[in-house]
Ligand binder design. Structure first.
Ligand SMILES: [Zn+2]
Length: 67
C-alpha cells in the first residue's frame, strides 16, 4: 500500500482528513477511511493538499498508508 493509492476523505464534523482506498472512492457514499472512520466527502489525492497537506491529517491513516 502506498499513499498514492488513496484518495483524501474528510470528516465534516471534526475536519480531519482521512485516507480512502482509491478503489472505494469511486463508489457512492458513505465511505470509510482505512482507519475505519467514516468520511463525508472525498476530494483529491491523499498525498495532495486535501489529504496529507491539510491542517489535520489523521495520524492512524498516515501510519496505515506509510505516509
Ligand atoms: Zn483516518
Amino acid at each position: 500500500m502506498s499513499s498514492s493509492d488513496h484518495a483524501a476523505g474528510r470528516n465534516q464534523s471534526t475536519g480531519t482528513a482521512h485516507a480512502v482506498l482509491s478503489a472505494t472512492a469511486d463508489l457512492p457514499a458513505p465511505w470509510a477511511a482505512v482507519c475505519g472512520a467514516s468520511v463525508d466527502v472525498v476530494q483529491g489525492k491523499w498525498n495532495g493538499p486535501r489529504g496529507l497537506g491539510s491542517a489535520d491529517p489523521c495520524r492512524e491513516c498516515r501510519r496505515l498508508t506509510g505516509s
